[in-house]
Design a protein around this ligand. Structure first.
Ligand code: WT7
Length: 644
């Protein structure tokens, strides 16, 4: 008998459902898409993919609107349900926004954009603080078929500019200032310098977060709230094809140029909603809190589209884990009666250091599921989350996913009996996900207790569809390394029971403080300094950040400047071209870099040196300059001995 496709969090037939999801994806996802989404026109083809061409499409022939699904459909059923609890930077200062209010706000933004000539397919850059208006701007784009490109408000003007230009954004939406941890962030000023020289940008919309006076360009700049006030609170939705783009989001790769990953409508929304229900056991009346910034995929999927798509109540968190003190999260859990909490390992490690006295005063009895994402959740952090925060009563879900997968792909499934979480293991694939491991040489690794490149066999509905403006790069990065499957860029271990643990990136990408960073981006920023001949950036284990950023530098001949001065200038360059979070934690001037005979830097060796694992350098005989390794090692030893 066919498995009935109505998955619940606790499913007696979880295994049968999972099997159905991978063996008969058309039936599994087709049924769910019809049940869980509201269609303007039904689809005729569930899935049409050709991975060699990087072609992924779901629910073809169907028309729908994501904003209609997240707002109108919800308002028809529960207009006064709270959509967002906006937890402002200042403690205790929260505001609630109902679904009806979100819909009205979104329509006013959509009408404003239309008035300024934004049409279907236009790209909209968004550089805003964590406010409900940010979510409304995204949903307004979705409503009219414009494509939003949210840029994390910690990025520099140069980084924002390159993203605006890459996508030829027609408008930019920002705020006078942001406010985080009690400090003002100059968003409008940053946008002003980013937009100078961007001919594509016609208007800059400015919301008012702090209300300070900011420089104003007449004719270009528009007061967002004032313009909204002139607009009706209704706006028809644009019927969109399932595969029309919904948004793009830049992420780092192994070259200096970030990739604008494009996500589309129906598959993304369905996958986002399914994961939030099934990984977090979201039930009506729950208060879900994902404290990630909307500027990253976690925020897109688990603050905006996932929760609203299933009619959830979600916390929108503007502050930091340590403002005004390290009890912020748990005080908020107590006050807002949060049931699911989703954060990053780096935040947990920071809080562990601050002491349990910041946790225990607060009531955390409402919590049921504690989630983590972004980097490996080490045993100590897992244990602390489970025991201290969760009083040994909550399910901890170490979830693995990427900007590219759109939503959680590997995660403990509390509904599956044999998925009792193991600390540090994202465990098992979600519905529709078939992880496979490959050796570096491209051989499929069968069996258990084995480590390899983590790939995914079949594309799930939520996968990214292309890199904006560069489909060939999409194919080359994700579908060429192991032909026929999606290559994640991560390494993974499959243990004796078949459970997965992520071993870290296998490409030149660092996960620092939960932010993904291309080493080539940092290098190219530093190489702009006239004194730098060459640089090589690697990640190294860092107690709190997960990975720290380590910069090896070669100076040009004859440079006499003081090291400290050079390092300060390099720091400024990284801040200017990327962001403060990308600034290396350690700089080290070395006489040369380990290179192969073809001139390729052997980063493996640098990573081992940076981690002080001198006895694990491996074979250095293939280097063009093997003796350099000893010199670099000596320099590094000197540095670490100075630090101690
Ligand atoms: C990379 C994706 C989507 C989450 C936010 C980051 C690493 C993610 C885990 C985990 C170990 C993890 C991977 C992945 N990562 N989750 N549970 N355990 N590593 O999104 O910026 O696209 O980064 O984050 O290396 O490839 P992102």
């Amino acid at each position: 008998m066919a498995v009935p496709i109505e998955p619940h969090f606790v499913d007696s037939n979880h295994d049968a459902l999972y099997a159905e999801s991978v063996n008969n994806p058309d039936r599994f996802w087709g049924t769910l898409a019809r049940k869980r989404l509201r269609w303007i026109k039904d689809f005729d083809t569930v899935k049409d993919c050709d991975l060699k061409l990087g072609k992924i499409s779901w629910f073809l022939g169907g028309k729908l609107n994501v904003s209609d699904n997240c707002l109108d459909r919800q308002v028809e059923q529960h207009p006064d349900r709270v959509a967002f609890i906006w937890e402002k930077d200042k403690t205790g200062d929260h505001e609630t926004i109902t679904y009806k209010q979100m819909l009205e706000m979104t329509c006013q933004v959509a009408n404003t954009f239309k008035q300024y000539g934004v049409v279907k397919g236009d790209r909209v850059a968004v550089y805003m603080p964590m406010t409900p208006l940010l979510a409304a701007v995204m949903l307004a784009c979705a409503r009219i078929g414009a494509v939003h490109s949210v840029v994390f408000a910690g990025f520099s003007a140069e980084a924002l500019k390159s993203r605006i230009l890459d996508a030829s954004c027609k408008i930019v939406v920002t705020a006078d200032q942001g406010i985080r941890g009690g400090k003002a962030i100059e968003l409008k000023k940053t946008v002003d310098s980013a937009v100078a020289g961007c001919d594509c940008v016609k208007n800059v919309f400015v919301m008012h977060r702090t209300g300070v006076q900011v420089p104003w360009v007449d004719g270009r700049d528009v007061h967002l709230e004032e313009a909204m006030k002139q607009q009706p609170t209704t706006c028809p939705v644009e019927p969109l094809d399932s595969e029309d783009p919904l948004f793009m989001l830049y992420t780092s790769g192994s070259t200096g140029k970030p990739k604008g990953l494009v996500h589309t409508q129906a598959g993304y929304l369905l996958y986002a909603g399914m994961t939030i229900e099934h990984v977090f056991d979201y039930r009506p009346g729950d208060v879900f809190a994902c404290v990630a910034d909307i500027g990253w995929i976690t925020g897109h999927t688990y603050v905006v589209y996932g929760p609203l798509g299933i009619g959830a109540t979600c916390v929108l968190f503007e502050s930091t884990p340590v403002y005004p003190d390290a009890g912020r999260y748990w005080e908020m859990v107590d006050r807002l009666k949060i049931t699911q909490f989703y954060t990053a390992p780096t935040a947990l490690r920071l809080l562990i250091k601050c002491g349990n006295e910041h946790v225990t005063p607060y009531n955390r009895d409402t919590l049921r599921v504690l989630g983590c994402v972004g980097e490996p959740l080490n045993w100590t952090a897992w244990k602390w989350y489970h025991s201290t925060v969760g009083s040994d009563k909550c399910t901890v879900v170490d979830t693995w996913f990427q900007t590219e997968t759109g939503g959680i792909a590997i995660t403990p499934r509390p509904s599956s009996d044999h998925s009792t979480p193991k600390p540090g293991f994202p465990m098992s694939p979600f519905f529709g996900v078939e992880p496979v491991l490959y050796s570096k040489e491209g051989e499929l690794l069968k069996g258990n207790d084995i480590t390899g490149h983590l790939c995914i066999n079949e594309p799930m509905p939520g996968m990214a569809r292309t890199i904006y403006g560069d489909h060939q790069r999409f194919i080359d990065t994700y579908y060429k390394p192991h032909p026929g499957v999606y290559f994640t860029g991560d390494g993974a271990y499959r243990d004796a029971d078949g459970h997965y643990q992520i071993t870290g990136r296998v490409d030149d990408v660092i996960n620092a403080k939960g932010h993904r960073l291309g080493t080539a981006e940092v290098e190219s920023a530093m190489n702009k300094d006239h004194r730098i001949a060459e640089s090589a950036v690697v990640g190294y284990p860092h107690e709190i950040f997960g990975e720290g950023v380590f910069a090896f530098l070669i100076l040009k001949d004859g440079v006499k400047d003081d090291e400290k001065v050079i390092f300060e200038d390099l720091e400024k360059l990284v801040r200017k071209w990327i962001a403060a979070f990308a600034v290396p934690n350690v700089f080290l001037i070395v006489p040369g870099l380990p290179k192969t005979r073809s001139g390729k830097i052997m980063r493996r060796i640098l990573r081992k040196v940076a981690a002080s694992e001198y006895d694990q350098l491996g074979d250095v005989s293939t280097l063009a300059n093997p003796s350099i390794v000893e010199e670099i090692k000596a320099k590094h030893m000197l540095l670490t001995s100075k630090e101690q």
